[in-house]
Design a protein around this ligand. Structure first.
Ligand code: GLA
Length: 434
């Protein structure tokens, strides 16, 4: 189903958050241990890896980390803004924690190509040009990301909030060469059209994959097949086509918008779509549940922490979308949580599998390269509740276990019980060692 009225409200995409419509959680009457058992049998931690191999372009061996302009700034971007952001990413310590990609989203481009058909920067917003911006980022130890669309128009052009029709159709090789010449390290390639079947999308996205490969420059390839389109993102394993692929419509800074997969998506709505796709994740290929809303208001600190913890557990790209020039202490503590970054960046590249869900209490587990298992105890209900699992349910054996709480850093030892009182919409994460 395509949007009608919803589409009309989309152009600015900077509208204030929707009025919160909290789902009143059902009382979890089902036994969690039964749910856990069912989840484990249904293909938990030992899920078979997909047969399709990931892109062999050497990048995204772990989920990419960085910052993207869209969530906070929309079309209101410029080279001076991006330079200020770059300084903040470095100055805040985020770069050194792994946030290296600085992605310039839609609206950087001039409304016309040059006489040779080349893309060019918007001369007012980016007077020094995109190559100079790439050099600036590289000189600061950052990587350069850029946005383009495969058909006629970028998403902002489609919605009339940016002029022109400078999409890549018929210019794929030329655009890829231009990006490589500008020093681009990351391409976000956004369908943004109701037209085309999933097979058309696969063919068209593959064309740019091959064009990027032909440049010889390793460029992380990020695709979105869902904008104003039938939601094809969650329908296949796109790891043969791209390094990361969006699984949902656009995120907003709201916990729950009531959408299944429509514009705009709240945090828990995205989790519902993305969790079942766990088996697709592997080094070089990751589900992308969209850029983060941490630090953008519209949610409680508990919800912001849950958002980050769940993205970390789902081996999601950690692309900050807030104004990193002005971050409060809570936002910094979330985005710079080294325990969760380590879980996200684990070299096995596994996405957590859900091993329990009784409608209120959800348990996710992610096997890590040193034999530890990260476990998330997520309460999507309306009041505090105890969420529990066991070491054996998350695939560990033995008689004594150490649990490190990712938020408090406190450790405890026990003989296999894993449990926490979790506030409404909260997520407790333990790293469990056997
Ligand atoms: C789509 C994408 C967003 C953003 C905008 C830009 O909506 O899903 O992430 O790139 O386009 O116009």
């Amino acid at each position: 189903m395509l949007r009608g009225a919803a589409t009309a409200g989309r152009p600015g995409r900077l509208a204030p958050p929707l009025t919160r419509r909290r789902n009143v959680a059902k009382d979890g009457t089902a036994s969690l241990s039964a749910a856990l058992a069912a989840g484990v049998l249904a293909g938990g931690l030992l899920a078979v890896q997909p047969e399709v191999s990931a892109l062999d372009n050497g990048v995204a061996r772990t989920p990419p980390m960085g910052w993207n302009s869209w969530n906070t700034f929309g079309c209101d971007i410029s080279e001076s803004l991006i330079k200020q952001i770059a300084d903040a990413v470095v100055g805040s310590g985020m770069r050194d924690l792994g946030y290296t990609y600085v992605v310039v989203d839609d609206c950087w481009m001039s409304s016309t190509r040059d006489s040779a058909g080349n893309l060019q920067a918007d001369a007012t917003r980016f007077p020094s040009g995109m190559k100079a911006l790439g050099d600036h980022l590289h000189a600061r130890g950052l990587k350069f990301g850029i946005y383009q669309a495969p058909l006629d128009k970028t998403c902002a052009q489609y919605f009339g909030s940016h002029p022109g029709a400078t999409g890549a159709r018929g210019h794929e090789a030329q655009d890829a060469r231009r990006f490589a010449a500008w020093g681009v390290d990351y391409l976000k390639y956004d369908w943004c059209s109701p037209s085309g079947t999933i097979d058309d999308q696969v063919r068209t996205f593959t064309k740019m994959r091959d064009a990027l490969a032909a440049t010889g420059r390793p460029i992380l390839y990020s695709i979105n097949s869902n904008s104003v389109h039938d939601k094809t993102g969650p329908r296949r394993d796109w790891g043969d086509v791209a390094n990361i692929w969006r699984t949902t419509e656009d995120i907003t800074n709201t916990w729950d918008t009531g959408q299944t997969n429509g514009y705009p998506m709240g945090i828990r709505n995205i989790v519902d779509v993305n969790v079942p796709l766990a088996s697709y994740a592997r080094p070089g290929a990751f589900n992308d549940p969209d850029m983060m809303e941490v630090g953008r208001g519209g949610m409680t600190d508990t919800e912001m922490r849950s958002h980050f913890a769940l993205w970390a557990m789902m081996a999601s790209p950690l692309i900050a979308g807030n104004d990193v020039r002005n971050m409060d202490a809570a936002t910094q503590a979330i985005l710079k949580n080294q325990n969760l970054i380590a879980v996200n960046q684990d070299p096995l590249g596994l996405q957590a599998t859900q091993i329990g869900d009784d409608g209120t209490r959800r348990v996710l587990a992610k096997r890590l390269s040193d034999g530890d298992v990260a476990v998330a105890l997520f309460n999507q209900g309306a009041s505090t509740t105890t969420v529990s699992t066991t070491a054996s349910a998350i695939g560990l054996s033995g008689g004594s276990f150490t649990l490190r709480d990712a938020w408090t850093n406190a450790t405890s030892t026990g003989s296999g019980a894993i449990s926490a009182d979790v506030p409404s919409h909260g997520t407790v994460v333990y790293r469990v060692s056997g």
